[in-house]
Design a binder for this molecule. Sequence first.
Ligand SMILES: Cc1cc2nc3c(=O)[nH]c(=O)nc-3n(C[C@H](O)[C@H](O)[C@H](O)COP(=O)(O)OP(=O)(O)OC[C@H]3O[C@@H](n4cnc5c(N)ncnc54)[C@H](O)[C@@H]3O)c2cc1C
Length: 493
Amino acid sequence: MIASPPGKSPDAEVLLGALRDLLGAVGVLTEPSDIARYATDWRGLFTGRPLAVIRPADTTEVAAAVRLCAAARAPIVPQGGNTSMVGGATPSDDGREVVLSLERMRRVRDLDAVDHTMIVEAGVTLQDAQEAAAAAGLLLPLSINSEGSARIGGVLATNAGGNNTLRHGNARELVLGLEVVLADGAVWNGLRRLRKDNTGYCLRQLFVGSEGTLGIITAAALQLQPGLVSHAAALCALPTVESCLALLGRLRRRHWAELQAFEYMSGAAAALVPLAFPEITLPLAASPHYVLVDLGASETFDLEAALEAVLAEAMEAAEVSDAVLSRSDGQRKALWRIREEHSEAQKRAGASIKNDVSVPISAIPELLRAAKAACEALLPGVRTVPFGHLGDGNIHLNLLQPEGMAAADFTARTHELADCVNAVVHRLGGSFSAEHGVGRLKTGMMAEWRGGPELAMMRAIKSALDPAGLFSPQVLLPPQDPDAEAARTLRDA
Ligand SMILES: Cc1cc2nc3c(=O)[nH]c(=O)nc-3n(C[C@H](O)[C@H](O)[C@H](O)COP(=O)(O)OP(=O)(O)OC[C@H]3O[C@@H](n4cnc5c(N)ncnc54)[C@H](O)[C@@H]3O)c2cc1C
């Protein structure tokens, strides 16, 4: 077993030497200044101490590196853009884990305009993949606000959702095939580009959402759509959450094929954006609720007029109190920026507790009301700043520290406040992690929410594919407590 640096054990030195022989100096980083950016997560919640960061250049190198680490029993944490919201890509601090970054694997291997497919390596950023598709007149219909940094491997390993899920589904729906390096170093080439392939278990979907715990995704075959040539966007102010649902229903009936995004921003969350970014102004008067609507079509179509007509009806019905419609691509981007800067604006506003939850869309008004009331009762002054993908039932029900409260005192209440939100989510039949995953942050919630046969099946899959626990041992699955899990299995049976 590899021991911790500093004063690395002879076994660790042997492994590092073998990795350097395989990957060269550029492929193995050990200097603290070189590995710092791989060792801390985007939110700054976890800082690890990896044995090394390795950066293979192709699938053959990934496979050989996995074999070396497996032989030395050095756990591997795969990493893409390191934008995980739940610390999924951050190594532990025991000095034993090797971070395997896919950042040097950045080739678009194939793009087929007839099949509407592309094959991309895991280290291609989502934005570069989108741009490659757009250059061929096609659309990769997945959009998240970290797309400039997040990489295809990470996006698939987390089954990312984002802004277009209501129209095109999660990352899972775009995956036709995968290439994966398994725990014994074997390469599974499953890069088939077929829409129909009922030949047993759908193995590729096991790896989507597995958060690096089952294998290393090295490339993916993705489904593309026709490129969008017509667009329209509007920022709307609405009096109640119920009116947001009414507007969503109206748009679904009238423009389901064109509806690309329906994004929610509470008044409290939107107000933080101009504070963090003085160059941004909210183009509408203060309102308790805002929605950003985005329509797109693959043929020339006056979507602005179409959207204007729907909004006029909604205003007539008092669902929308005011709205601003984009009249150019620049204006559309400016409206989107208000939504896109929410995560960063909240980061700058102080300590926050993030609850990435989902409920059936019909339950969103109750979710927002009940969670706010419960959190305020527990901690008077706490600021509830929800926003998110209302069109698919996913709200980032985030909480900000009360004015005047020390950040450390606030974050010390994380569990109580998250439990408070989750009690409401549970009652409404929702999920404690809609799109960010479990990572290292939320493993403690798995037994309570997914215990019994569900967790037992997950453990069986993990031990079948990674019997030695090589990949990301601290991610997704909680440490096993056989007695507690047996009791739960009986209770649930
Ligand atoms: C500003 C901001 C906005 C965001 N918005 C959204 C959003 O709208 N929707 C959403 O779903 N998420 C969102 N996220 C979260 C994050 O961007 C996504 O989870 C993204 O998919 C992670 O990609 P990544 O390349 O950064 O992965 P990383 O953070 O590097 O890794 C994430 C997980 O995947 C594993 N992994 C990475 N690469 C591989 C691989 N090649 N093979 C196997 N496992 C791998 C890691 O071990 C880890 O468990 C946001 C994050 C930020 C910072």
